[in-house]
Design a binder for this molecule. Structure first.
Ligand code: PLP
Length: 399
């Protein structure tokens, strides 16, 4: 049996483009917060497919809703309206407080659309010309060219020549560095209210408030990338809602479809009226009935199952347990994050710790080389947190 997994991995390495150094596990199925590999071994999952599977695996109601939509129609194109998209947009407006929705197939595409909307808005309102975008160091916005151009990780951008648009990078949580870059020509400032890939760093309220003010003073739009920190992960549907600092444009993806590939960019009516018009933007699959049936059911279940309340109840427990580990082990230098989006910062690479955890049935991932990332399904319980802590503790005791 063990050879089945080995054979599959060998085949994968022959056929798939090698853009990932994957863990040597072939996952087969999931149930609740557990994943099982093709040999039947169980893992407690504190990754959720990178902050995606908020509702846990095998949610009956969610699965049934998808099956029902498959039997009706999967795809129709954007030449026509479809009911799931209309319903999903309405639900998303309600939980986000934004006014207009465009559905995409991924997070990166949502960022692409957000950037296009911002630049089109600047061209419409400020007049055509060179409009720059200010992004943050250590940010992550996706791997397509436009999204990459605002991603503050030089390693991801090198080798690809000139990036589209004019992008300047400011230091996250350092208002003066934004102030030094912003001008009347700036189209937008884009940032994650809690940086994910860059290290689980929450923006301070002071920083968010200051950036909002600088944008208003310069007629620049504020874009919040809520792809990882949104959808309830911080104890608010969208992280910015904690402070009521509303963006002009917002992106969402990852948990939005809970496994069905779907993203969205949303905007205020003001931006909607003055940016992308008929013919300016499009997608074949974006907003198709299948993806939107997923969004509808996800948002419905968030409300019915009180997902946000559950996060508020369990997240302090996770924080407490992680802080205890950070206090006990001298090689852990810091715990940081918000809600069920937490990181432990190590003074060394964490890859060995992750692999040892997997041997003992725990799935964790990193953010950067020296940060352990905790982004479990949002339905995680205190018992699951205890199980995770016990396994991690046993691994750390051997470091
Ligand atoms: C994952 C992520 C993206 C990219 O989403 P994809 O669906 O992988 O294209 C963009 N922004 C943030 C903050 C993310 O975490």
């Amino acid at each position: 049996m063990a050879d089945k997994m080995k054979a599959l991995i060998e085949q994968a390495e022959k056929d798939l483009l090698h853009t990932y150094n994957r863990y040597q596990i072939v996952l087969d199925r999931g149930e609740g917060v557990s994943l099982y590999d093709v040999n039947g071994k169980r893992y407690l999952d504190f990754v959720a497919g990178i902050a995606v599977f908020a509702l846990g695996y095998g949610n009956r109601e969610y699965n049934d809703a998808l099956k029902a939509q498959i039997d009706k129609v999967l795809h129709t194109s954007n030449y026509f309206y479809n009911e799931p998209a209309i319903k999903a947009a309405g639900l998303l407006k309600k939980v986000s407080g934004m006014d207009r929705v465009f559905f995409t197939n991924s997070g990166a595409e949502a960022v692409e659309g957000a950037l296009k909307a911002a630049v089109k808005y600047a061209n419409t309102v400020k007049g055509s010309g060179e409009h720059d975008v200010i992004a943050m160091e250590h940010s992550f916005h996706g791997r397509t060219y436009g999204a990459l151009s605002v991603t503050g990780n030089a390693h991801y951008r090198e080798n690809y020549g000139r990036m589209p648009g004019s992008v300047k990078f400011a230091a996250f949580n350092d208002l003066s560095s934004v102030e030094a870059l912003i001008t009347k020509d700036t189209a937008a400032v884009i940032l994650e209210p809690v940086q994910g890939e860059g290290g689980l760093t929450p923006a301070t309220e002071e920083f968010l408030r200051g950036v909002r003010r600088l944008c208003d003073e310069n007629g620049a739009l504020l874009i919040f990338d809520e792809i990882q920190c949104g959808m309830g992960r911080t104890g608010y549907m969208y992280a910015w809602q904690k402070y009521g600092i509303r963006p002009d444009i917002m992106t969402s993806a990852k948990a939005l479809g809970c496994g069905v590939p779907v993203g969205a960019f949303l905007m205020t009516e003001e931006v909607g009226q003055n940016s992308l018009k008929a013919g300016d933007h499009g997608t074949t699959y974006g907003g198709n009935p299948f993806a939107c049936a997923a969004v509808c059911k996800v948002l419905e279940l968030y409300e019915k199952d009180h997902i946000i309340e559950h996060v508020r109840e369990t997240a302090p427990y996770l924080e407490e347990k992680l802080q205890a580990l950070a206090d006990r082990y001298p090689f852990i230098t810091e715990r940081r994050g918000r809600g069920l989006m937490q990181g432990l910062v190590f003074d060394r690479p964490v890859s060995d710790i992750i692999i040892k955890g997997m041997d003992r049935g725990l799935i964790l991932i990193n953010a950067g080389s020296n940060i352990l990332r905790f982004v479990p399904p949002l339905v995680v319980t205190k018992d699951d947190i205890d199980e995770m802590t016990a396994i991690l503790d046993s691994v750390l005791a051997e470091v």
